[in-house]
Design a protein around this ligand. Sequence first.
Ligand code: APR
Ligand code: PHB
Length: 393
Amino acid sequence: MADMETQVGIVGAGPAGLVLSHLLHLEGIDSVVLEQRSRDYVESRVRAGVLEQGSTDLLVSTGVGERLLAEGAVHEGVNLQFDGERHRIDFTELADGRTITVYGQQEVVKDLIEARLAAGGTVLFEVDDVEPHDVTGSRPTITFRHDGTDRELACAAIAGCDGFHGVCRGVIPEHVLREFEREYPFGWLGILAAVAPSTHELIYAFHERGFALHSLRSPEISRLYVQVDPSDDIANWPDERIWEELQLRLASPGWTLDEGPIMEKGITAMRSYVCEPMQHGNLFLAGDAAHIVPPTGAKGMNLAIADVIVLARALASWFTHSTRDELDRYSQTCLGRVWRVQDFSNTMTELMHVLPGGDPFATRVQRAKQRYVASSVAMRRTIAENYVGLPIG
Ligand code: APR
Ligand code: PHB
């Protein structure tokens, strides 16, 4: 027997689960969020940090954008660099004045947790053995363990917002689920450094030694990345070696990169992944649970937010007007954007990384594409409109 009840059971307190819970609350719909990690863990986990215009607008218009507006940095362009030469993608000129905001994902998570708890919402942390049941029936449940007790949550719908390694996707039967995947032969070594950023806008650099990215978090904190072998061990990368590589790859005439103490470092592999459909019965997947993009387009968090905007709207029309059409079309609606973003993330990735093995044909095509970015306003406009984010719907 279920000992708890809600309208929507949400697994995972990342951006997808928390934004969904917040949006449902604004629609008058009750939800419970179940998160396996501690609050402290999810609030300090360093992830990406770029919000599209639409993501920022959503957070601000729904009352969770106060700190984002105060502390986030609005950027009106990004730079793509090929062999030391920088090419600015000017959003003001090329994307109708839409911009991006640089604000760490864990800050978004902190703001949302605070808002949910302040509004009396239920977010349970350190929950184990989460398992969805009866998702094709009208009364799905989620069993889990919390504070040493076995619990059961009854709900009308389950939102699987539990990331790529979560449990919800596994509930969709094998014969229903189609998976599309591409692994890349490179990874990113990312650092957080206590030094003022040497740039006002992001720099994505292609260099014969490999890709590098200069991003930022605040006036005192820089975020930088270098392309490495995905199986490389971080132990092979003492701080001096990381700075040396960054200096070589980001170098541009008349510009200097300031170094500082490295506060955090780690290597992540890169992959593209999509599962279709993103729903089964009354289970709906959102965010990384349904798709992964390589980080070169800065889209992971934005795609998660776009999914749950669609899902919250569809659930609201189901609960409020008893119409299921929108909910039945949830996966189809999301997948249009998901594949657009897969294309953009893949294009940016293949444009900016050194292709190991150096297939001569692919390398020549890549160089031609880089020259096209440098010479064509049309190509830069394509990058700009995708980077700031296409309309959500
Ligand atoms: N039970 C409960 N919670 C779980 C489980 C489980 N079995 N498995 C995973 N989780 C939690 C994770 O601890 C995490 O907090 O689900 C949450 C998923 O959050 P994210 O991984 O942040 O995924 P999402 O909300 O979809 O946001 C996508 O996150 O990975 C980044 O770059 C990605 O920016 C993108 C964003
Ligand atoms: C980041 O700031 O962490 C970041 C920025 C841009 C990306 C990926 C990550 O494309």
